[in-house]
Ligand binder design. Structure first.
Ligand SMILES: [Zn+2]
Ligand SMILES: [Zn+2]
Ligand SMILES: [Zn+2]
Ligand SMILES: [Zn+2]
Length: 313
């Protein structure tokens, strides 16, 4: 499928990323105590010899074998060729560069040099302006709030990632998802042959409410042997913001109804994770068919709901 507009990032949230295309702005700390009180002296890429030698340092920290950034323990062969711990474990005691026996030699000098580096978060272009010591950068990036979100669409292997506006456009254009404005909803889910329920039966609707977007998932699956329908809401944003909202879902008919009140889950939590935790309105199939009326050959469920912002937060 075609990716959406600008700001969409095709790379997955693969945390063992290679650094190939990333152009780091390298600065150094702890090197010059006599210089001004600033914690980091940012050095731009220019014709200064200093800058190019820092680029050289960064190249040194790239594993010659797999090109990933190296983190301690950094190893080297008796001839001085460095390699990362993953490559060392794969190398069967033979240096990938010169094919000598590797032995078990740490490259402490390079580990120390790495310690002195500060690098910007790799999501700088997405709005994160933090600078990190080499060794804590990776950890930060795993939870950086500017890291791209995964596409919230379920039921396909969509690997697209991006920021929220890009994902909204993508859902609309590429997944043809229904978009609704407003914080209340009244939806009818109709399906013939409800007894042929497969795990792949699902639906997604997006609501614009308080200027934010909420994903209403509706789907059929099995809990153990029991076929159920489930509806739940996910928030297109961080968990800390998701918790500022609440929602209700209601389904019923013939004088009976089921009501669910919950807190939307951030799309940082995968669709499957939320579904498997049953954090939503779960309707046993028998009851769903009762609500549908008729002879049980067609599912006709009316799900109503409301989203509101909690005032106390
Ligand atoms: Zn390597
Ligand atoms: Zn070697
Ligand atoms: Zn960051
Ligand atoms: Zn998608």
């Amino acid at each position: 499928m075609a990716p959406g507009g600008g700001g969409v990032f095709k790379e997955g949230v693969d945390l063992s990323y290679p650094n190939k295309s990333v152009n780091y702005d390298i600065s150094i700390i702890k090197t010059d105590k006599s210089s001004s009180s600033t914690k980091s002296n940012k050095i731009s890429h220019d014709k200064h010899g200093m800058s190019s030698s820092l680029n050289g340092v960064h190249e040194l920290l790239q594993c010659p074998s797999c090109k990933n950034s190296m983190y301690p323990p950094i190893h080297q062969c008796p001839n001085g060729h460095t390699l990362c711990v993953n490559c060392k474990n794969r190398a069967h005691n033979t240096c990938p560069t010169c094919h000598f026996d590797l032995g078990d030699i740490r490259c402490l000098a390079l580990e120390k040099v790495a310690e002195s580096l500060e690098l910007p978060c790799r999501f700088q272009s997405l709005g994160c302006h933090d600078i990190f010591p080499y060794y804590s950068k990776l950890k930060h990036e795993q939870s950086c709030r500017f890291r791209p979100y995964n596409c919230p669409y379920a039921g396909s292997e969509c690997t697209l990632t991006g920021d929220i506006p890009a994902l909204v456009t993508h859902l609309k254009d590429d997944h043809k998802v229904d978009m609704h404005d407003g914080c209340t909803f009244n939806h009818r889910y109709v399906k013939s042959n409800p007894h042929e329920v497969e795990n792949a039966t699902w639906m997604l609707t997006v609501f614009n409410c308080y200027g934010r977007q909420f994903c209403l998932h509706f789907e059929a699956f099995q809990i153990g042997m029991a076929p159920v329908y489930m509806a739940f809401l996910r928030f297109m944003g961080e968990d800390s913001e998701a918790r500022k909202y609440s929602y209700t879902l209601e389904v019923g008919g013939y004088g009976r109804k089921l009501t669910w009140q919950g807190v939307p889950r951030s799309i940082r939590d995968s669709h499957k994770k939320v579904r498997d935790s049953q954090d939503g309105l779960v309707i046993p199939r028998g009851l769903a068919l009762f609500f549908s009326g008729g002879d049980g050959s067609e599912l006709k469920l009316r799900v109503t709901g409301r989203i509101w912002r909690e005032l106390s937060m």
